[in-house]
Design a protein around this ligand. Sequence first.
Ligand code: ATP
Length: 237
Amino acid sequence: MPGELSIKNLSVSYGPVQALCDVSFDVPAGRVAALVGSNGAGKSTVLKSICGLVAPTSGTIEVDGETVAPRPGDALKLGVAMSPEGRRLFPRLSVEENLLMGAYTVSDQTARKTMLDRVFGYFPRVKERRRQMAGSLSGGEQQMVAIGRALMAQPKLLLLDEPSLGIAPIIVAELGKIITEINRDLGMTVLLVEQNANMALALAETGIVLETGSVMMTGTGQELLASPVVRAAYLGI
Ligand code: ATP
């Protein structure tokens, strides 16, 4: 399955605030990449730009060589799905209804059912709670539903915004394993945005460090984990 991402010279401003300045990086098809950086570095803005939710002042974003237009919905047509920060589930709908919302562009009923079974396979706890209202789930369980909902769109490129935020360390470790499995089984490209640099870089083949809107460093996850600069700034070592 393809899903190559190419970002070239991306700059984004919110009025007078320049959030991204000349950001360029590539994620080859089928890879797991981690975009790390501290608060306000611009990580969410990169994801929103890929989804066409904010319009760049300059630069281009391509998925498999096709330019993403700054219009909501355009990225989905190119095979991009995002699990947003803060999860944004429909709290009064059941877990299963939330998951099916993610598949509204998939018209083939059999494909929807297959994907739902896959999601339940990755997250057995979500399966047990499928009739419960999503708002009644724990933070970690809601995170699993949000990732499951993004998977339901059968994307080529899966964007995960801070999946470890507010989640117990043991669940973070479990989530990390599942993200690796999803990438391996389904072959989809994954871009993981995290303040938890340790978890993200340990999973990622490609790592990008963003600082105040610019790319500070790139390398393999292992190279960045070993870098004294990254260790001092992001890992507290
Ligand atoms: P965090 O980890 O805290 O979510 P982040 O790395 O995802 O941070 P962004 O949310 O992309 O960073 O924000 C980058 C910069 O753009 C910040 O200075 C932020 O205050 C600013 N910003 C983000 N959204 C808006 C907005 N809608 N209006 C004005 N400024 C914004």
